[in-house]
Write a protein that binds this ligand. Structure first.
Ligand code: BGC
Length: 693
């Protein structure tokens, strides 16, 4: 039995914590007092060092260790390593404990590679579906993003590695990313684009924050006084250090005075120029001391002084297991008409696998989040292994323009489509794989699947009614051309190094899918909004966030647009029943919290997990508010027939909106609704409560 600490031991504990803090501060101050100005300047910028992404040298004279910074959000980019599933797949798990494990595994690999700062997680919100880095995000919702991010950061930092949450702030597109100014009003910033950063700082105590490339309301993120000084370091009390994105620093005096602590990757602005600015009195010594204090404080808190970075052994088997479990839990079963899935090997004798990339793993996206995996398993190989000699497996690679069987290039595309259709017809089951290519540095030109893969899928689903479509995309794609004909659709994201094993486990039912969409799939691009050039990619360097807080499902709900697949949607091989929704009270005072519980039963025939989602609706507000907003979730694993209770707490903030005039979060008295749902458009139970002042 766990023993409750007595009030006296609580007191002892908190006194001990305070005195540890003050002794850290004293040690830091003592060190600073011994440092020369040149040594301080050396600490506030990176230097180029072979094999390192970001490096701040040690100061051996004072025993100050180095900082070795490495990417990134989907694996540790310091030589080949574990290619974890893309962060969007982690978000699709809706599982805080898996996010913690993912972070702990990233942290362990970072440490074993002799690095001590991990450049992640990335918590920018998916605003435009074209965004080249959407696969690195946790989707379109600030609450889900904050929940996954805080769990992951705690995991990373549990390994003695500093997490660096990025990119602060409103870094939502790659097009013009170095120049565009996100013109975003204060309420939208606070409600949509900042909550995950706020939670990273306040709840997960993240050690470092990366300032984005883009401007926010006219000022570069790396010298944005409102973002860095007023909000991050002021209101939120962030006591760690702010690092510029690579090459995102634009000034010495402005950046230094407005809150940037470290320039990366070199000292163009924070080297000699900053030294001169201090000597000329344009930047105060105390400002430099504050930067150094922030760095040393975090280094000390993470034990760097006692434990210098060291290369150590990595348990790649354990790493691979975490990667695989996350990938499995992140797979979203979008459609399963007539229970085509799971496939029962005793029910068919022939199977077709079709797709240009079906023979290799989709191990991740491109850019700084790209990892070179040590081993990969592609879908074709994994499916062949499951089938063994129990059925015939036939594969068509489908590379348009590369159709060797047809001599006339003009007809080769059509010939290949005929081949795909014929093969699908000849086999009892067809599995067709399609993917896209997201990367940092470029947005997608279209959210349709590239390379004639839509035509390929259409040809296959029209030829065989027992077809499964597997999508390996980093974000949403258009599925309108074949969605109604395809009986089964699986969203696998970028599953990482074990792609094939994971997808085969889902297709053959070893794994019961339990992922839910962290982003809304539209029926058409225009349904998503943010479609005029002023909004995206921006005109004359300004990207107007004129849609305000109505991003993702908030936009669909406001405009009563039916999504193709709703935010939060995801099927299972079993079914769940919801009952007995209870609120702890029916009336609360503004500022109070509320406990919510609901019973969920597995009413189907096999074990499975359900994500119980809680949305809040402010029935009547004085400002335009979203129809519903995600404010709680719980993932429960249930055996057939088993019933469990999901318990969630609604904090005062869950009912609040941000009032820029009063500069505070406001809970308005009146009626509120709690919606308990299996997706944002599949509400199972609801209840009302009243807030009074
Ligand atoms: C990216 C960051 C990354 C950094 C270092 C930049 O281009 O925007 O996310 O951490 O490079 O590789």
């Amino acid at each position: 039995m766990s023993q409750q600490p007595s009030p006296i031991s609580f007191l002892v504990l908190s006194v001990a914590r305070e005195s540890a803090q003050s002794s850290t501060e004293q040690k830091v101050d003592a060190l600073i007092a011994r440092m020369t100005l040149e040594e301080k300047i050396q600490m506030v910028h990176g230097v180029r060092r072979r094999g390192f992404i970001g490096y701040v040298p040690a100061i051996p004279r004072l025993g100050i260790p180095e900082l070795a910074l490495t990417d990134g959000p989907a694996g540790v980019r310091h030589g080949p390593g574990t290619a974890f599933p893309a962060p969007v797949a982690l978000a699709a798990t809706w599982d805080r404990s898996l996010a913690h494990e993912y972070g702990a595994a990233l942290g362990a690999e970072t440490k074993a590679k002799g690095q001590n700062v991990l450049l992640g997680p990335m918590v920018n919100i998916v605003r435009v579906p074209e965004g080249g880095r959407n696969f690195e995000t946790f989707g379109e919702d600030p609450y889900l993003t904050a929940q996954i991010a805080t769990a992951e950061i705690r995991g990373i930092q549990s390994q003695g590695v500093i997490g660096e949450v990025k990119h602060y702030a409103a870094n939502n597109q790659e097009k013009e990313r170095l120049n565009v100014s996100a013109e975003v009003d204060e309420r939208t910033l606070r409600e949509i684009y900042l909550p995950a950063f706020e939670a990273a700082v306040k709840e997960a105590k993240v050690g470092s924050v990366m300032a984005a490339y883009n401007k926010v309301n006219g000022s570069f993120s790396s010298e944005n006084a409102h973002l860095l000084k007023d909000i991050l370091k002021g209101e939120w009390g962030f006591d760690g250090f702010v690092v510029s994105d690579w090459g995102a620093t634009h000034s010495s005096v402005g950046a230094a005075n407005n809150g940037l602590d470290i320039e990366m990757p070199t000292g163009e602005f924070f080297g000699d120029k900053l030294l001169a600015a201090v000597k000329q009195g344009q930047v105060n010594q105390t400002t430099i001391d504050d930067k150094v204090r922030r760095i040393l404080r975090v280094m000390m808190r993470f034990g760097f002084f006692e434990r210098p970075s060291q290369v150590g052994p990595i348990d790649y088997t354990a790493q691979a297991q975490v990667a695989r479990r996350v990938a499995e839990a992140g797979v979203v079963l979008l459609k399963n008409e007539g229970n085509v899935l799971p496939l029962d090997i005793s029910n068919f004798k022939s199977i077709a696998v079709i797709g240009p990339y079906a023979d290799r793993a989709t191990s991740g996206g491109g850019g700084s989040a790209r990892i070179s995996p040590l081993n990969t398993v592609g879908p074709l190989g994994a499916i062949a292994e499951r089938i063994g000699n129990k059925a015939t497996l036939r594969f068509l690679k489908f590379v348009p323009g590369n159709d060797l069987s047809k001599s006339d290039p003009a007809t080769s595309g059509a010939g290949l489509l005929d081949d795909a259709a014929q093969l699908a017809k000849d086999c009892e089951i067809a599995i067709v794989f399609a993917r896209d290519f997201e990367t940092e540095g470029a947005d997608r030109v279209s959210i349709a699947l590239p390379e004639e893969q839509d035509e390929m899928i259409s040809a296959v689903v029209n030829a065989n009614r027992r077809t499964v479509v597997v999508l390996n995309t980093g974000c949403v794609v258009l599925v309108n051309r074949w969605v109604s004909t395809a009986p089964a659709i699986v969203q696998g994201w970028y599953p990482g190094q074990d792609d094939g094993t994971v997808i085969a486990d889902v297709l053959f039912g070893t794994v019961n899918p339990s992922g839910k969409l962290p982003i809304t799939f539209p029926r058409a691009r225009q349904d998503l909004g943010i479609a005029n050039p002023e909004q995206y990619p921006g005109v004359s360097g300004l990207g107007h966030y004129s849609e305000g807080v109505f991003v993702g499902y908030r936009h669909f709900d406001k405009n009563t647009i039916t999504p193709q697949f709703a935010f939060g949607h995801g099927l299972s091989y079993t079914t769940f029943e919801y009952s007995n929704l209870k609120l702890s009270r029916s009336r609360i005072r503004a500022g109070e919290s509320l406990a919510v519980e609901v019973q969920v039963k597995n009413s189907g025939g096999r074990e499975g997990a359900e994500v119980i989602q809680l949305y809040v609706q402010d029935v009547k507000a004085s400002v335009a508010r979203p129809v519903r907003e995600l404010k709680g979730f719980e993932k429960l694993m249930l055996r057939p027939g088993q019933m469990k209770v999901a318990r969630m707490t609604l904090e005062a903030r869950s009912m609040a909106f941000y009032d820029p005039t009063r500069k505070q979060w406001v809970v308005e008295p009146g009626q509120f609704k709690v919606l308990i749902a299996s997706s944002s458009r599949d509400v199972r139970l609801s209840a009302e409560f009243e807030v009074f002042s």
